[in-house]
Design a protein around this ligand. Structure first.
Ligand code: GLC
Length: 424
């Protein structure tokens, strides 16, 4: 039998570009934000020092206003579009202009708890003010009204590029093609597994807008082409705030504790604005129209991971998850398989992603929902055993799709899905 642990370690090593990893060669040749945080989780199973380094290099890209960008471009690579020159940002190293889901604090807390050395505490202490500044940026720039729900200005910021969650808001973005451009993604991966051309034209319109008017919060947000509150980022940030607070307490740092507690209280209240009775779960909310999106995506089930409880979760949300898992051979499809917009192969409109499974599974397990947690965990293991370390998987057939030898799939295998991992 092939040793999947060894294969996973080899993938992390092969995607290492000298202290940071690329998600996969060619398709994604730079450092991506949440991919790196998950990579650190994988490295932590065999090389703690390298794991800290991954995160430290991610924060080298942090902007003076606290934002940690979704891509850090350390060199220009013709394999990827849009590259550094298109974004019009002036950071050094060059970066994209918006962020990605803030999973880093949660992962840094895990590293800190695993690394009992003095060096570990010192590294966590050095990262703490950077994390605090990043979270503060999310709570202000992406929640300017202070409602406790966090929005994205670009579907890429959510990390779930073509999710149906953005469809209505995207319909209102003009698909301008001011400058002709050539997509690179579809030369690496079959077009049926990627966003459509019309979506890409709109993605590029938002990038053009940011490059033209500046990426500052005064230009984007309500004034930009798209502003949609995302249950994914809202839940991930709520969880990350709790972990950041726990880290401050463990390190004996007072600064920021009261502020973080305030964010947590506000989010616990605010998430009600994302509850969608008709869909039976949490959905996105377009802040330009106040309309909730239709249909459940997998991030709805991050409510447990966010530490939420109460009747909505215990009854309705758990029943929705059971229904969705009843309709899929493999947990957790990124979009409701019984919804007309489901597409089992197209990226975030159906396929299973190991990183989402990891967070959903952990949350369920922490909430004591063992049967559901086990299903999510065991399906992740089976998918990788059957198909390998793909970017994502078809929830009906289990086939791997998108890029191969994928960093975050290998990392989740090592940290959680492998029989040699502890399932926490
Ligand atoms: C895609 C995914 C995003 C990920 C990136 C690199 O854009 O949607 O979540 O960070 O690829 O893997």
């Amino acid at each position: 039998m092939r040793d999947l642990d060894e294969e996973a370690v080899a993938i992390l090593r092969a995607n290492d570009r000298g202290g940071f990893t690329v998600p996969t060669a060619r398709l994604y040749p730079y450092q991506w934000n949440w991919d790196s945080a998950f990579a650190a989780l994988g490295f932590a199973t065999f090389d703690l020092d390298r794991s800290w380094r991954e995160i430290e290099m991610l924060f080298e890209g942090q902007w003076p206003n606290g934002m940690v960008p979704h891509i850090i471009f350390r060199r220009d690579d013709p394999d990827y579009f849009p590259g550094p020159s298109v974004w019009g940002t002036d950071n050094d190293p060059p970066t994209s202009g918006h962020s990605q889901p803030p999973v880093a604090a949660t992962i840094i807390r895990a590293l800190f708890e695993k690394d009992a050395s003095e060096g570990g505490a010192a590294r966590a202490r050095a990262l703490y003010p950077k994390l605090l500044a990043w979270h503060r940026w999310f709570h202000t720039a992406r929640d300017p009204a202070g409602r406790g729900i966090v929005a994205v200005i670009h579907p890429w910021e959510s990390g779930r590029d073509n999710s149906p969650d953005w469809d209505e808001a995207m319909d209102r973005v003009e698909p301008a093609r001011a400058k002709a451009y050539t997509r690179r993604d579809t030369s690496h991966v079959d077009a049926s597994m990627r966003p459509t051309q019309s979506e890409y034209d709109r993605y590029m319109r938002i990038v053009e807008f940011g490059a033209e008017y500046g990426w500052g919060e005064d230009c984007l947000g309500r004034n930009g082409p798209l502003f949609v509150a995302d249950p994914g980022i809202t839940f991930i940030l709520l969880r990350a705030d709790r972990d950041l607070l726990a880290m401050a307490q463990a390190l004996g740092i007072d600064e920021g504790q009261a502020e973080i507690s305030g964010w947590i209280a506000r989010a616990e209240e605010g998430v009600g604005l994302l509850w969608n009775d008709a869909s039976g779960g949490y959905t996105a909310r377009d802040l330009k129209t106040e309309k909730l999106s239709d249909g459940l995506s997998s991030v709805s089930f991050l409510a447990w991971y966010a530490g939420l409880g109460g009747a909505w979760l215990e009854d309705t949300l758990a029943a929705s998850l059971e229904r969705i898992l009843g309709a899929s051979a493999f947990a957790v499809p990124s979009f409701d398989p019984e919804h007309r917009k489901f597409d089992s192969l197209r990226y975030w409109r159906g396929p299973v992603w190991a990183v989402i499974n990891y967070m959903v599974g952990r949350g369920l397990s922490e909430a004591g929902r063992e049967a559901l947690a086990r299903r999510v965990h065991d399906d992740t293991r089976r998918l990788i055993e059957i198909s390998g370390f793909y970017e994502y998987f078809d929830p009906l057939s289990g086939a791997g799709a998108g890029g191969g030898k994928f960093t975050w799939t290998a990392a989740i295998w090592l940290a959680w899905a492998s029989p040699s991992a502890s399932r926490g």
